[in-house]
Ligand binder design. Structure first.
Ligand SMILES: Nc1ncnc2c1ncn2[C@@H]1O[C@H](COP(=O)(O)OP(=O)(O)OP(=O)(O)O)[C@@H](O)[C@H]1O
Ligand code: SF4
Ligand SMILES: [Mg+2]
Length: 421
């Protein structure tokens, strides 16, 4: 991605320092967001969806924190709470050292300039009845800001900055492709020169070919404008190249938080390992290496009643009794790598006395060597080809000699079955 970065831009001083030495922009401690479930005439609370259930992290100036996890693990909720679009249930949020956890709308207004969000859906997040000019200039109107040179000139500059034409000012969202719409969303988010941008799956609705363009654009803008990003994605391939650090979420918790190199080179949480093994290896040197894929069995449990102890124990192939009874704390096991696991990968066991696997653990995941997957893909391709051939032969035979068709089909069938075995 670095090849697309511009060399003639002034990089802010913060951005040139190593990430770990930069000032903390956002600090989140014990953050919780529970959605109450109410029932009956009196609308009594009977349970709660624990979408975010006690997470801690910080984001430093100029860095990109990637947040990944399966659907429903609480990523978007976390994004909406840290930007204070939703109120947290518990915990604290500090922005530039200031506690913003309980600020009301009026208190948050000045901070709206500094904290912006890019939304998951470029189709639903732009009002179809408004022109691009009106959409991108909305933040100026809402904040009562008059940019130098006037609103129209500034909006046209922003459109150019994100790779669109100033002439698009009077056009409507339906005239644009998904990738262009996401550029419009980015222009709107950047209008007030924010310090922190939280991007919720900014490319997941786009074609794969367009995804890289939008991610590259965000990366370039970060260099030019000294932005700090929290980028949410549901798999590791999107955040892989742009993140300085990555947080892996599972059922409302952060299970691993590490710098990019550590996470990719030696993931420590079994769930990270499983997510990772779903990502194709782009490094040609590693592509030929023997590897295993971990196929997780079972659905993600409900966030209304998450499993006891370690929430991953119902799907983890390493789960023991302690995993079921005791929640593992998120500990720094290596410099720059925090993990919440009793039996981490690539590290000494945190609960060596507990070695008996839970019965469910044995069936929780399947370790499949890549060659086996490739072989089975080849086999099924061969089977499909054989079946197609058989069907074709049968059709031809039927057309040529209707009486003998049944017998021929019967002799062809075992051939296809043989190949399967
Ligand atoms: N307003 C709400 N009221 C009740 N439950 C909610 C609300 N918003 C989210 N949830 C629930 O909270 C959990 C986390 O949802 P969230 O949208 O944050 O997940 P996500 O990780 O962003 O998923 P996805 O990858 O599908 O976008 C889900 O179980 C969801 O149903
Ligand atoms: S080994 Fe235990 S603590 Fe670690 S992820 Fe598996 S279930 Fe959780
Ligand atoms: Mg989401």
């Amino acid at each position: 991605m670095s090849e697309t970065k511009k060399s003639d831009v002034t990089v802010p001083a913060q951005a040139s320092a190593p990430v770990s030495e930069r000032e903390v922009l956002l600090k989140v401690e014990g953050l919780q967001k529970h959605f109450p479930i109410r029932k009956g005439l009196l609308q009594r609370q009977v349970a709660a969806v624990k979408a975010v259930d006690g997470i801690d992290f910080e984001v430093r100036k100029g860095e990109t924190l990637g947040v990944v996890g399966e659907s429903g693990c609480g990523k978007s909720t976390m994004g909406r709470v840290i930007t204070r679009l939703q109120d947290p249930t518990g915990g604290t949020i500090h922005f530039e050292g200031k506690d913003i956890t309980r600020l009301n709308t009026a208190g948050m207004r000045p901070l709206r300039r500094d904290i912006q969000m890019i939304f998951q859906d470029p189709y639903g997040s732009l009002n179809p009845r408004h022109t691009i000019g009106s959409i991108v200039s909305a933040p100026f109107r809402l904040q009562g800001v008059e940019p130098e040179g006037g609103v129209k000139k500034e909006v046209q500059r922003l459109l150019e900055l994100v790779g669109l034409s100033p002439e698009h000012y009077n056009r409507y969202p339906h005239e644009f492709s998904g990738g262009q719409r996401q550029r419009i969303g980015i222009a709107r988010a950047l209008a007030l020169k924010p310090k922190l941008v939280v991007a919720d799956e900014p490319v997941s609705a786009l074609d794969v070919s367009i995804q890289a363009q939008v991610v590259n654009l965000m990366d370039d803008l970060q260099q030019e404008l000294g932005l700090t990003y929290v980028i949410i994605a549901h798999d590791l391939s999107v955040v892989r190249h742009v993140s300085d650090r990555i947080a892996v979420m599972y059922l409302g918790k952060i299970v691993e938080l590490a710098d990019r190199a550590s996470l990719y080179e030696s993931p420590m949480h079994p769930y990270t390992k499983a997510l990772m093994s779903a990502v194709p290896v782009p490094d040609p040197k590693r592509r030929g290496a023997k590897s295993e894929r971990i196929l997780l069995r079972g659905d993600v449990p409900s966030p209304i009643a998450p499993p006891s102890g370690c929430r991953f124990h119902t799907r983890c192939w390493k789960a023991t009794e302690i995993c079921k009874t005791t929640e593992p704390p998120l500990l720094q096991l290596r410099p720059g790598q925090q993990v919440a696991c009793h039996h981490p990968e690539n590290f000494e066991d945190q609960a060596p006395q507990d070695t008996v696997l839970l019965t469910a653990a044995k069936a929780a995941a399947e370790l499949v060597a890549d060659e086996v997957l490739a072989e089975s893909a080849e086999t099924s391709a061969a089977v499909k080809a054989a079946v197609a051939e058989t069907a074709e032969a049968a059709e031809t035979a039927e057309a040529e000699e209707p009486a003998g068709a049944e017998a021929e089909e019967a002799t062809d069938e075992p051939e296809a079955t043989d190949k399967k075995g």
